[in-house]
Design a protein around this ligand. Structure first.
Ligand SMILES: NC(=O)N[C@@H](CC(=O)O)C(=O)O
Ligand SMILES: [Zn+2]
Ligand SMILES: [Zn+2]
Length: 349
C-alpha cells in the first residue's frame, strides 16, 4: 500500500478569493498548499478592466501573510461593454490569464454578465487571435430549462455554436458536472479543456437532498446524479491533459448559506488535497493525481509547472470545521468521509 506521495506543488485553476476581510481570512487556506490560482472576477462590482484586475491583484498580494508564496493569476469579467483593446493590453502585460464568461443571472454575482452574444463577438475574436482563453460558467439561464439540464443545454445551444463560429478561441469549461460535458471535451479538437471541482468528485445530488437539505453542498452548477459524478471521477483520474483541478472554492458566511434562500458555493480550499488523494485512491489512480492537480492546468494555460513539491501521507487528520472571519464563520466542505490522506509538507522551491 502506498503510504507517501510526492507531487509537484499544485495550482487551483478556478478560485474565489473575494475581497476585504474575507480575502484576508481565506487566502492562507489556498496559499498553504497551492502555488497559483486563477482568481475569479465576480466581485461586487466585478473586475472588468485591466486596471481593476491590477488593483485586485495588489490587494491579494497585500493580504498574503509573510512567509507564504502564492501567485494570483488574474481574470477579467466579460461584459457587453468590454473593450477588446483593454483586454489585449492586459494580456500582453502578463497580468491577465483568462476572461470569464458568466451568462447573465447564471450564478453568484453574475448580473453584469452576457445576455447578447453578438455584443461580445469582437472581444472573443481578439482573444482567439492572441491566444487568451475564455473560461465559461456553462449554464443557460432560461426559466423553462430545468436546473439539472442547464449545463447540457448550454453545450448544445451556446458553447458548440460559439466554438464553430470562432474555432480558434481557446475555451475552458469551468466546474463541469455532467457526463455530457466530459464527453464533449473528450471529443473536441485541441483548444478545449475543463476544470473539475473537489466537491463534484466527492458528492452527488443525493448527498445534497436525501435526509434533509444540506445548504453547504449547494453550489452551481448543482451536483447531478451519481452516474454523472462517476463520469467526472473517470475524467479527472484518466490522466487526460484536458481535465484539471479548479476547486471553485467559494466562501460564503454561514448566515448566507443556512437561510431560507441560501446562496451557492462550497468552500473547499482547506482540505481539497486530502479529499482528492482519497478520491483518486478510491479510483485506483493515485498515480494520476499529480497530472490532475499540478501538470495539466499549466500545460493548457501554457505556463511552466511549479518547482515546489507537496507531500501527502496516509494518515487521517482533523481539518477545521469552520474558518472564522470578521464577517462570520465559513463552513469548510465536509466530504462525508474522513480522508485517509493528509498534506504532510509543502515546499515552495
Ligand atoms: N460555484 C458557486 O456555486 N458559486 C460561485 C460562483 C460560480 O463559480 O458559479 C461563487 O462565487 O460563490
Ligand atoms: Zn461558475
Ligand atoms: Zn466559481
Amino acid at each position: 500500500m502506498t503510504e507517501r506521495l510526492v507531487i509537484r506543488r499544485p495550482d487551483d485553476w478556478h478560485l474565489h478569493l473575494r475581497d476585504g476581510a474575507m480575502l484576508k481570512a481565506v487566502l492562507p487556506e489556498t496559499a498553504r498548499h497551492f502555488a497559483r490560482a486563477i482568481v475569479m472576477p465576480n466581485l461586487v462590482p466585478p473586475v472588468v478592466t485591466g486596471a481593476e484586475a491590477g488593483a485586485y491583484r495588489d490587494r491579494i498580494l497585500a493580504a498574503l501573510p509573510d512567509g507564504m508564496t502564492f501567485e494570483p493569476l488574474m481574470t477579467l469579467y466579460l461584459t457587453e461593454e468590454t473593450d477588446p483593446e483593454d483586454v489585449a493590453v492586459a494580456h500582453a502585460s502578463g497580468l491577465v490569464k483568462a476572461v470569464k464568461l458568466y451568462p447573465a443571472g447564471a450564478t453568484t454575482n453574475s448580473a453584469s454578465g452576457v445576455r447578447d452574444f453578438t455584443k461580445v463577438r469582437p472581444v472573443l475574436e481578439r482573444m482567439a487571435e492572441i491566444g487568451l482563453p475564455l473560461c465559461t460558467h456553462g449554464e443557460v439561464t432560461s426559466a423553462d430549462v430545468d436546473i439539472f439540464d442547464r449545463e447540457a443545454v448550454f453545450i448544445d445551444t451556446v458553447l458548440d455554436p460559439l466554438r464553430r463560429d470562432i474555432p480558434e478561441l481557446r475555451v475552458i469549461m469551468e466546474h463541469i458536472t455532467t457526463s455530457q460535458a466530459a464527453d464533449y471535451v473528450r471529443e473536441a479538437p485541441a483548444g478545449l479543456g475543463a476544470t473539475i471541482t473537489t466537491h463534484h468528485l466527492a458528492i452527488n445530488r443525493n448527498h445534497l437532498l436525501v435526509g434533509g437539505i444540506r445548504p453547504h453542498y449547494y453550489c452551481l452548477p448543482v451536483a447531478k446524479r451519481a452516474s454523472h459524478q462517476q463520469a467526472l471521477r473517470k475524467a479527472a483520474t484518466s490522466g487526460d491533459p484536458r481535465f484539471f483541478l479548479g476547486t471553485d472554492s467559494a466562501p460564503h458566511v454561514d448566515a448566507a448559506k443556512e437561510t431560507g434562500c441560501g446562496c451557492a458555493g462550497c468552500f473547499t480550499a482547506t482540505n481539497t488535497m486530502a479529499i482528492l488523494a482519497h478520491v483518486f485512491e478510491e479510483e485506483s489512480a493515485l498515480d494520476k493525481l499529480e497530472a490532475f492537480a499540478a501538470l495539466n492546468g499549466p500545460a493548457f494555460y501554457r505556463l511552466p509547472v511549479n518547482n515546489g513539491t507537496l507531500v501527502l501521507e496516509r494518515r487521517t487528520t482533523e481539518y477545521p470545521v469552520k474558518i472564522e472571519t470578521p464577517d462570520g464563520p465559513v463552513t469548510v466542505f465536509d466530504p462525508g468521509f474522513t480522508p485517509a490522506w493528509h498534506v504532510a509538507s509543502v515546499s515552495a522551491e
